[in-house]
Design a protein around this ligand. Structure first.
Ligand code: ADP
Length: 586
């Protein structure tokens, strides 16, 4: 049979079906139509390929050609990733704009990395050394914040370094020559490729046991996340998902941030794109972008690129983790990703699962979050790295019974549930303290006692107990009024109010308030709780007038705990001593 040229037979939105594709492989990148749009083979049957196209397909029609490239959809990894803003298939938005203006022309080729820029490469191994996959060959100061490690590509084992020199190189020049056991010569460049849908190799996963410090009080103190953990932020429209993700990106103590924006609306993403490059890293005083990679999908970008964007982002994040960094990835919002999957699945005419989402939504969601982890990196130098993944979910109407929320909750261990009611009352962050949880609490047991305070967990559980009791008492107050409450119950309500207003409420837009270090969080909460604990000595005084506490200037002082400076433990101790004195004198 004579081989016919691949040709388009059907176009259905982002999905193109082509015939004569016998030579194509699954997940191979192809160029579609006369304009050569970027696409990926996602189904192959008898020479017929279903291709998901990462660019707008309007105007493309049957009869146009398809070209196979022989490559799988991969990212180009190397120096220059940081500070970049990419589309879903790692094309730098800046290059796309330069080539085509604001309205993206189609079929544009753009490398993920700048092939002309030169970097100072400094070897860390010498001629004659034996190296294998994951071993660091040398470094490049990628930005003032991050030292980029050039690693031996995966698949190379027991190779001898034949040549390696320091120098000023582009990412596509040879920086080292290796000779394998079989006598094969390999020229190593600073860039390498990795297919986005496959997790990068590691030596092994470790039990995560270190707090991801976010500076968010309700997060670190009540619902903590670990380096290498997976968390989710479900919430209805306007409840603060984007603000929370951005605050985390800005303040959390990960060394590298990958931010994937799947915009609900184009202008929302544009806001992020305009604001992010302006932000200053509060820890280093340097622009935040120097440790950040952004993947941007506005809603006007093709749906398939949105599907790919989370994989592009997480592969880049894994690459920095492999260097031994603590990386955090934020995906906002994964619901848009799931919707992209649903649309493509529908066009493939697959059997729909719940609410039209494909039956594999659960396994894809799990695969994505399982790429998080605290790991021993591949390589012989005992590097450890971590990748933390935080996904926002936007359930329609805030109803968590829908499939994306359910599948996400199944595989993430920290749940920060944003609440429409709290957002409406402008209690921010609108993290519902009664419903949220962190399953990392046991992992952090020792860390918190050693690094924050020996009685950390007692203070946390006292505070949570008071908030839970407040919730029950509110019902009684609604039914019979506050007068029916005992002294202790009134004290619970007074303390709970202080926990909510003086501790949990935190303004992300206030430079002073947005970040609180965990030690200070603990001091604040311990001080607030001491009002309840000390106040209880008055519980036996039958005729005690509760107003004497409620209206005492002390309450106003306690409300100021957040304004104490970050390292002033003594101020808290003094205030606690004053609480004891005042109560004794009442
Ligand atoms: P979502 O992404 O859930 O639709 P946003 O993150 O855009 O919601 O938040 C909506 C608005 O709520 C913000 O514009 C801001 O005014 C307010 N907001 C949310 N979180 C905070 C916060 N932590 N501090 C102060 N304001 C907040």
């Amino acid at each position: 049979m004579s081989e016919k040229n691949p040709i388009i037979v059907k176009v259905s939105g982002p999905l193109v079906v082509a015939d004569n594709m016998h030579s194509a492989k699954m997940y191979e990148v192809v160029r579609v139509g006369d304009e050569g749009l970027v696409g990926e083979v996602i189904r192959l049957e008898d020479g017929k390929a279903s291709i998901q196209v990462y660019e707008e397909t309007a105007g493309v029609g049957p009869g146009e050609p398809v070209k196979c490239t022989g490559k799988t959809l991969s990212v180009e990894l190397g120096p220059g990733l940081l500070q970049s803003i990419y589309d879903g298939v790692q094309r730098p938005l800046k290059v796309l704009e330069e080539k085509s203006g604001h309205f993206l022309a189609r079929g544009i080729d753009a490398d993920g990395l700048d092939h002309n820029k030169k970097w100072d490469f400094v070897p860390t191994v010498s001629k004659g050394d034996t190296v294998g996959e994951g071993d660091v060959l040398g470094t490049v100061q990628e930005t003032s914040l991050i030292l980029h490690k050039i690693m031996v590509p995966f698949g190379i084992k027991n190779a001898t370094v034949e040549k390696i020199e320091s120098g000023h190189h582009t990412v596509i020049e040879t920086i080292a020559t290796l000779k394998t056991e079989k006598g094969e010569t390999i020229n190593v460049e600073m860039r390498q490729y990795w297919p986005i849908r496959i997790a990068r190799k590691i030596t092994k996963k470790r039990l995560p046991d270190t707090l991801l410090k976010t500076g968010g009080r309700s997060i670190d103190m009540f619902f903590p996340l670990v380096h290498g953990g997976a968390g989710c932020i479900p919430g209805p429209f306007g409840s603060g998902k984007t603000v929370t993700q951005q605050t985390l990106a800005k303040y959390c103590d990960a060394q590298v941030i990958v931010y994937i924006g799947c915009g609900e609306r184009g202008n929302e993403m544009t806001e992020v794109l305009n604001e992010f490059p302006e932000l200053i890293d509060p820890n280093s005083g340097e622009p935040l972008m120097r440790r950040t990679v952004m993947i941007a999908n506005t809603s006007n970008m093709p749906v398939a690129a949105r599907e790919a964007s989370v994989y592009t982002g997480i592969t880049i994040a894994e690459y920095y983790r492999d260097m031994g960094y603590n990386v955090a990835l934020m995906a906002d919002s994964t619901s848009r990703w799931a919707e992209a999957m649903r649309e493509i699945s529908g066009r493939l005419e697959e059997m729909p699962g719940e609410e039209g989402y494909p039956a594999y939504l659960g396994s894809k969601t799990a695969e994505f979050y399982e790429r998080a982890g605290s790991v021993d990196c591949l390589g012989s130098d005992d590097r450890q790295g971590a990748l933390t993944v935080i996904g926002a979910v936007s359930p329609p109407g805030g109803d968590l019974s829908e499939p994306v929320s359910q599948n996400t909750l199944r595989v993430t261990k920290t749940y920060w549930g944003l609440d429409a009611q709290l957002a409406y009352q402008r209690h921010f962050p609108a993290i519902n303290w009664l419903k949220s949880y962190s399953l990392y609490v046991p992992n952090l047991d020792k860390y918190m006692r050693d690094n924050v305070a020996p009685d950390y967990w007692d203070v946390r559980s006292d505070a949570m107990g008071i908030l839970q009791e407040e919730n029950k008492l509110e019902e009684i107050v609604r039914l019979v009024g506050p007068e029916a409450l005992s002294f202790r119950e009134k004290l619970v309500l007074l303390t709970a109010k202080s926990i909510r207003e003086d501790f949990l409420y935190q303004d992300s837009f206030s430079a002073e308030d947005a970040y609180t270090m965990p030690q200070k969080q603990y001091q604040m909460l311990k001080t607030i709780i001491s009002l309840y604990k000390e106040g209880m000595v008055l519980a036996d005084r039958e005729d005690f007038d509760f107003k004497k506490i409620e209206e005492h200037p002390l309450i106003h002082k306690i409300a100021q705990v957040k304004t104490f400076s970050n390292d002033e433990t003594k101020q808290y101790e003094d205030l606690r001593a004053e609480i004891v004195q005042v109560i004794a004198a009442l």
